[in-house]
Design a protein. Structure first.
Ligand code: ARG
Length: 467
């Protein structure tokens, strides 16, 4: 008995051995075109490089390669004009484009898939997309670092409280606090640069998993697509998603940094702190409380890490149990990365806007720095230097003086010399020189310390580095 395939229903791209098309639910769970159409530009670039290579190697004719190249460019315009007929029957971006190509140019279109598979095709498309996102993250981070640097430059010597446990610890400078974020973001940037370097190998030509018997030139396609070299193992090429995981991991750490500054902004812009003012551009009102100005963008930025880290965990979980090489589970990689990348880029842009726009209240910062016995460490250090007390003893003497000031309801500089001497007779009026917050920050000149001179050196270093 001969089975007559229902060619209408079976998949036109791979349905040769099928006599019926998929169940509607099968199609719904299988199709990725709803989201992987975002890879259209990378898919077309990969196919153009592949076709040119096939012709250069004499695997297809130059005439066919030209028709393919032009046809793909026409499809690119069609997609960009919103006129491409995406269809879930053709599953994914690869089959949608290839089928459309054949529709447009005929026979030659059917030669494009020679010596490759969707497995290496999706691997190269996705790598190109993630590589581009690394570049965008690097650019976004550079802009944000510049915004923090500007704040540091303006407020290199503004005094503010430095916190540990969110309790006043020691006076620091605004510039120093801003530069802390420049350092964090610089590490983020180097993580994206590093990941980009490592992912910059081309998997195209690994074919389904084992390579191909056609005399392809993988160096040529790698070069055409801006990769440093082709990947060296075909099995690894189609089963590897480390590049996506590295991007997500770097994004998670970066989003954690954004979230930490967002948290500081929420605290600092509150009526209780008033360290900074966010302008109307970066706040929203309440529908019931007319006085409100809420730091919504900062709050949302704090929350974005949840999504990005969620995507990271999701992809690790997809990958962890997969035997080599490709499995369809891996189709679940893209939505996670798309969402994380969108969240990160938006987050970087929003943070850059807020940092550029915020105004610190110098007087309030200084007043806050002067309260909470913030120069107690300076006093203890003075006792060590001037009276040669062992540090542990100086710590104890200072603690007694703090308790005394607390019970008198005043701050350390408000104690009299007699008060001081009642705790340690050797104390002289020289001590008052170290109790002021300006002197305190000025004295912290150790490398990496908060002294304005040190901050200005670091500002200059970063200005030179960031241009
Ligand atoms: N849409 C697929 C994905 O995103 C493309 C690769 C399909 N390969 C296959 N052998 N079915 O992973």
């Amino acid at each position: 008995m001969t089975v007559t395939p229902d060619s209408k229903a079976a998949n036109q791209m791979w349905g040769g051995r099928f006599s019926a098309g998929p169940d509607a639910i099968m199609q719904a769970i299988n199709a990725s075109i709803g989201f992987d159409q975002r890879l259209y530009a990378q898919d077309i670039a990969g196919s153009r490089a592949h076709a040119a290579m096939l012709a250069a190697q004499g695997i297809i004719s130059n005439k066919d390669a030209e028709a393919i190249g032009e046809g793909l460019l026409a499809i690119l315009s069609e997609i960009e004009a919103g006129q491409f007929p995406f269809t879930p029957e053709l599953e994914d971006i690869h089959l949608n484009i290839e089928a459309r190509l054949t529709e447009r140019i005929g026979e030659a279109g059917k030669r494009l898939h020679t010596g490759r598979s969707r497995n290496d095709q999706v691997a190269v498309d996705f790598r190109l997309w993630v590589r581009d996102q690394c570049d965008q993250a690097i650019a976004g981070l550079t802009g944000l670092m510049q915004a923090f640097l500007k704040q540091a430059e303006v407020g290199a010597d503004w005094v503010m409280p430095g916190f540990t446990h969110l309790q006043t610890a020691q006076p620091v400078t605004w510039g120093h606090h801003m530069l802390a974020y420049v350092e964090m973001l610089a590490r983020d940037r180097s993580r994206f640069e590093d990941a980009r370097r490592r992912m910059n190998e081309c998997p195209l030509g690994a074919a389904a998993l084992a390579g191909t018997s056609f005399p392809i030139d993988r160096h040529m396609t790698a070069q055409a697509l801006g990769f440093d070299r082709p990947t060296a193992n075909s099995l690894d090429s189609v089963s590897d998603r480390d590049f996506a995981l590295e991007f997500l991991s770097a994004s998670s750490i970066c989003a954690m940094h954004l979230s930490r500054f967002a948290e500081e902004l929420v605290i600092w812009s509150s009526a209780q702190f008033r360290f900074v003012r966010l302008s109307d551009k970066w706040t929203t009102g309440s529908s019931i409380m007319p006085q409100k100005k809420n730091p919504d963008a900062a709050e949302l930025l704090r929350a974005k890490l949840g999504r990005i880290l969620g995507a990271t965990v999701a992809l690790f979980t997809v990958m962890k149990g997969l035997a080599l090489t490709y499995s369809k589970d891996m189709q679940e990689d893209k939505e996670q990365v798309f969402d994380a990348a969108d969240s990160l880029m938006l987050g970087l842009a929003a943070m850059t806007g807020m940092v550029s726009d915020m105004t610190a209240n110098r007087e309030i910062l200084r007043a806050a720095a002067a309260s909470g016995f913030s120069t107690a460490t300076d006093l203890a250090d003075w006792l060590v230097k001037a009276l040669n007390l062992p540090f542990r003893e100086a710590h104890h003497v200072t603690g007694t003086l703090v308790a005394m000031a607390e019970s008198k309801g005043c701050d350390l500089p408000d104690l009299t010399l007699a008060d001081m001497q009642s705790v340690h007779s050797g104390i002289t009026d020289q001590v008052f020189g170290v109790l002021g917050v300006e002197n305190s920050v000025r004295s912290r000149t150790s490398y990496g310390g908060t002294a304005p001179d040190r901050v200005r050196e670091q500002v200059a270093r970063w200005q030179a580095a960031l241009g």
